[in-house]
Design a protein. Structure first.
Length: 147
């Protein structure tokens, strides 16, 4: 890599903290040349990759800050195991409109019915929609307010 312009571009990318672009610039330039991309298509692809990395990092950070006991998705929940659950209602909750409407969601039921799994899955949906999320059990909430 003896191209002074390429070196200068990479230094500027590092200065701007555009890490994915810094690492993949040469490959992106080669692909753009092979595919005869327009300048705007090249820039669109370059920025899309950088935005994707930033979103991945933000999602990972928000997931760790949410203090989820584990990672479970709504897609992995076995609704046939718990037929009393309103699947349509859960899918509605997964849109996170309840957050926009400042509504609360409380899961009640005996142990082993999937309450935590559903709460975690909805928390992950909220994180992906860029809502700040915190998981806390009822026992944890009571303990925090008592002390």
């Amino acid at each position: 890599m003896d191209n002074p312009q390429l070196l200068r571009i990479q230094e500027n990318l590092k200065h701007l903290k555009l890490t994915r672009t810094t690492q993949s610039l040469e490959n992106l330039l080669q692909d753009a040349g092979k595919q005869e991309m327009s300048y705007s298509d090249f820039l669109d692809r370059l920025l899309e990759e950088e935005v994707s990395l930033k979103q991945e990092k933000q999602t990972a950070l928000n997931t760790s800050l949410a203090k989820l006991p584990y990672v479970k998705t709504l897609e992995s929940f076995d609704f046939s195991f718990q037929p009393s659950i309103d699947v349509k209602g859960i899918r509605e909750l997964a849109t996170c409109l309840f957050i926009e409407r400042s509504e609360n969601v409380v899961f009640l039921g005996p142990p082993g019915t999937g309450k935590t799994h559903l709460a975690v899955a909805l928390g992950l949906k909220a994180i992906h929609k860029r809502y700040r999320t915190l998981f806390i059990s009822a026992a944890g909430l009571i303990a925090d307010n008592v002390s």
